[in-house]
Design a protein around this ligand. Structure first.
Ligand SMILES: Nc1ncnc2c1ncn2[C@@H]1O[C@H](COP(=O)(O)OP(=O)(O)OP(=O)(O)O)[C@@H](O)[C@H]1O
Ligand SMILES: [Mg+2]
Length: 213
């Protein structure tokens, strides 16, 4: 698969709709954010205004995770405001005449930031990405239904785990802590995410994806 073919695929979907929402699912570290950013940038450059809206913006804040006793497994399905994400996606589909703001996730402080990402009326494509876009548990099933297509990105586990550990270290974890976090928190989530792969509209292998224009 090439980036050019992905851009063409989205262009065809846009011809049938005022605004399309493309979702990208995949295991932690598989390349979802990188692919979504690439798509939004290149669609926009090709004349189709596109905005990246990450599911990560709906991480619950640490203060709430602490209250719930879930801080130690941040990233699991029940550590996100899934209904909030669904409501935002519905607004993005319905409110095409007004500016809609989406939250981002700041990796430096590991907290969501409200009002960080503008989705202007001109946006024809919204590229969203995250772990649980294909999950069958409610309300994720409804999240899937709001999206035009959901793609699933695979990456060989050795590469994926290596990149994931390195990213945790880059954002402040010690090498030991990073390795433990991947094994004890990220990988149980990965197993759950992998089980949803068969429901994707398109399977992509991140490593062989020729993204350069
Ligand atoms: N071609 C590449 N070569 C090396 N490293 C890469 C490449 N593409 C992405 N990475 C790195 O791999 C890591 C994971 O990529 P990315 O953040 O896109 O994955 P993700 O699926 O969004 O992960 P998460 O689920 O944790 O948010 C990042 O640190 C990124 O910088
Ligand atoms: Mg990401």
């Amino acid at each position: 698969m090439t980036g050019a073919r992905l851009l063409r695929r989205v262009r065809e979907l846009v011809e049938a709709d005022d605004r399309v929402v493309i979702g990208i699912a995949g295991c932690p570290g598989a390349g979802k954010t990188t692919l979504a950013g690439w798509l939004a940038e290149h669609l926009t450059a090709a004349g189709l205004p596109a905005v990246w809206v990450p599911m990560d913006g709906f991480h619950l804040a640490d203060v709430e995770l602490e209250r719930l006793g879930r801080l130690a497994r941040k990233g699991a399905m029940d550590t996100f405001d899934a209904h909030g994400y669904l409501a935002l996606l519905r607004r993005i589909r319905a409110e095409t005449a007004t500016l809609v703001y989406a939250p981002s996730f700041d990796r430096e402080i590991e907290q969501p930031i409200a009002g960080a990402i503008p989705v202007p009326p001109a946006a024809r494509v919204v590229v969203s990405e995250g772990n649980y876009l294909l999950a069958r548990d409610e309300p994720w099933r409804q999240v899937r239904a709001v999206m035009t297509e959901v793609w699933y990105v695979d990456l060989d586990d050795r590469l994926r785990l290596d990149r994931l550990v390195k990213r945790h270290i880059r954002f402040g974890k010690s090498p030991d802590h990073a390795a433990r976090w991947v094994a004890e928190v990220d990988e149980p989530n990965a197993e759950r995410i992998r089980a949803t792969r068969g429901d994707a509209d398109l399977l992509l292998d991140f490593d062989t994806l020729a993204l350069s224009p």
